[in-house]
Design a protein around this ligand. Structure first.
Ligand code: HEC
Length: 131
């Protein structure tokens, strides 16, 4: 079979379209995989510990206001014993799980992502150990 220039041009064009379609489909798949991997490997709820997960969260999101000689609400959260105390009293869990629009939500000045909230809840459900 003998191709004219026009035939060859059309052949390349149709292949280009298939090629672009391929790229679009594949980038869609890759994105899905990355999302799945992210939620599965980045939010590990099986091995939540005070020292690795919880203390850094409390230091970053709570200690700023709940420390020093006149802490917010007279509530210290600057070390394990006082955090555990707040957990046992119930306020800690109630405040971090308030809806984002609730002015009583803690922290009031930032938003914990769902992985952070899940880790805090898992740690509390485990009995808030100092591990
Ligand atoms: C920007 C300052 C600020 C940050 C950060 C903050 N809080 Fe508070 N917190 C307050 C203030 C002010 C109050 C008192 C007003 C109120 O009850 O909402 C309060 C009250 C509370 C109370 C209620 C205490 C009581 O006696 O009823 C709890 C529990 C609490 N915070 C926990 C936390 C936790 C847990 C974090 C971190 C996840 C946090 N807070 C971060 C300012 C802050």
């Amino acid at each position: 079979m003998c191709y004219t220039m026009v035939d060859i041009f059309e052949l390349i064009q149709s292949h280009t379209r298939v090629f672009y379609l391929f790229i679009i489909l594949c980038s869609g798949c890759t994105y899905d995989n990355v999302q799945t991997k992210y939620t599965q490997s980045e939010c590990d709820l099986l091995n939540v510990t005070w020292s690795v997960d919880i203390e850094p969260l409390v230091n970053q999101f709570c200690v700023g206001c709940h420390q020093g000689s006149s802490p917010a609400a007279d509530l210290l959260l600057d070390r394990y014993e006082v955090v555990k105390n707040s957990v046992l009293q119930g306020g800690f869990s109630i405040r971090i799980n308030k809806p984002i629009t609730d002015p009583l939500k803690m922290p009031p000045n930032a938003t914990l992502d769902s992985c952070a909230i899940d880790k805090l809840n898992m740690w509390i459900a485990n009995g808030a150990p100092e591990n």
